[in-house]
Design a protein around this ligand. Structure first.
Ligand code: ACO
Ligand code: AKG
Length: 377
């Protein structure tokens, strides 16, 4: 795989998730954290929104981060002016490219797309800006038309083209084929922008990278419009673990980053969320815990430390003797096989009643001697 660039858009598409609004302080702190972790490029927002959005973008620009910063624009002069006013030197200019989007936004007039795009690119390039162009709804676009728009953008001065699966309808094989068509004809880099409506955002983004795209939009926790975007932590770890592409990102801070976005967005991640979910390195089942106690690699794809977690072994309905005996031994308690089985039976009973795993204290309270000492039995 070629050198890959992450262009994280938590501050733009992430914040577009319904009901999410970051404060200026949160936007600045998130940009700082993303930069510190080593993300190469940040799509910081939409300058044309003005007000507090423009103030936050300006504040981020002023910080002089290592990451390159880019603002999102429609193919409209006033949007480009707003980006310039925020101090941005890189602009992303978006045009709709599918039949359905062109009908809704440009009265079905395809020529208008070319006219507006040409004008916006020339306007930005006359002002010395670096330009990326996005084909909104590329996945549903007529492929010849999409290529025509992308080639025109390249000819007029765009330095990158963004392939957008705007409504998340692709599968990895089709993504690979469509993006291969673009990489075959374009000399500028391609960027992947994928949505998770069918749960395939990360897989599709990776398929695009396999097809030769070299940049990828991500959001922390997959936050974003509707079902969200390709998750930063998934893309980074999949690149590292599946393809051996290490972007130099401080992966041990991915959990901290995730928790920052949980707090700022008010959107928790599910316990089974890849990489950053609370259960990503938790083991309860007897067979799994037995394996992990012998060798963690039996049931962990990589070490939890690599992404900022600690392994958790918890006792619950599915636990077995090895785990229970190990945990009790850590507290100086040794049981016979029969005693262990009666503890496991009690754990199962209690776990079903409580509908959760047990705390260590609850486990210790089940042990016969302690129970007698506490007057429970
Ligand atoms: C797929 C994506 O995520 S695209 C990004 C979506 N993000 C957002 O919309 C969040 C921020 N947006 C906003 O704050 C506002 O929508 C603004 C400031 C950009 C525009 O606000 P308003 O002027 O009130 O327009 P509104 O949002 O109602 O409508 C969008 C207008 O942009 C036009 N438009 C949409 N996409 C494009 C485009 N790529 N290039 C040019 N014009 C476009 C629409 O046709 C419509 O035009 P009209 O006002 O002439 O009818
Ligand atoms: O940049 C673009 O062209 C559109 C990006 C986007 O948010 C999308 O297509 O979902």
């Amino acid at each position: 795989m070629n050198a890959i660039q992450i262009n994280d858009t938590t501050l733009r598409d992430g914040e577009q998730a319904a009901g999410i609004a970051f404060t200026l302080e949160e936007k600045v702190a998130l940009a700082t954290l993303l930069d510190a972790i080593g993300i190469q490029e940040l799509e910081v927002g939409i300058p044309a929104m003005g007000g507090s959005e423009a103030t936050a973008i300006f504040a981020i620009v002023e910080m002089g981060l290592n990451a390159q910063l880019i603002g999102w624009n429609r193919a409209v002069r006033s949007d480009i002016n707003a980006s310039i006013a925020c101090g941005l030197q890189r602009v992303h200019i978006s045009v709709p490219v599918s039949e359905i989007q062109i009908a809704a936004k440009f009265g079905g007039n395809r020529e208008l797309i070319f006219d507006r795009l040409r004008e916006a690119i020339f306007y930005a390039s006359d002002r010395g800006l670096w330009i990326s162009v996005g084909g909104e709804d590329s996945s549903r676009a007529d492929e010849t038309f999409l290529l025509d728009v992308a080639l025109s953008a390249q000819e007029w001065g765009a330095s990158r083209f963004r392939f957008c699966d705007t409504v998340g309808i692709l599968d990895p094989v089709t993504t690979f084929e469509k993006v291969s068509q673009l990489t075959k004809w374009l000399s500028i880099p391609i960027e992947m922008h994928t949505h998770d409506d069918l749960g395939l955002a990360t897989a599709n983004a990776l398929a695009g990278l396999r097809a030769g795209a070299t940049s990828v939009n991500t959001t922390v926790n997959g936050l974003g419009e509707r079902a969200g975007n390709a998750a930063l932590e998934e893309i980074v770890m999949a690149l590292k673990r599946i393809y051996g592409v290490d972007l130099g990102i401080k992966t041990e801070r991915l959990r901290e980053l995730s928790q920052f976005v949980v707090a700022a967005s008010g959107c928790p991640v599910s316990p089974w969320k890849a990489i950053v979910g609370e259960n990503a390195f938790a083991h309860e089942s007897g067979i799994h815990a037995h394996g992990v106690l012998q060798n963690p690699a039996t049931y962990e794809p990589f070490s939890p430390d690599e992404v900022g977690w600690k392994r958790r072994l918890v006792v619950g309905k599915h636990s077995g003797r090895h785990l229970v005996l190990t945990l009790l031994k850590e507290h100086g308690i040794t049981l016979t096989r029969e005693e262990a089985q009666s503890v496991i039976d009690a754990v199962r009973h209690m776990s079903v009643n409580l509908k959760r795993s047990l705390t260590v204290e609850e486990l210790l309270d089940i042990v016969p001697k302690r129970s007698i000492a506490n007057g429970i039995v």
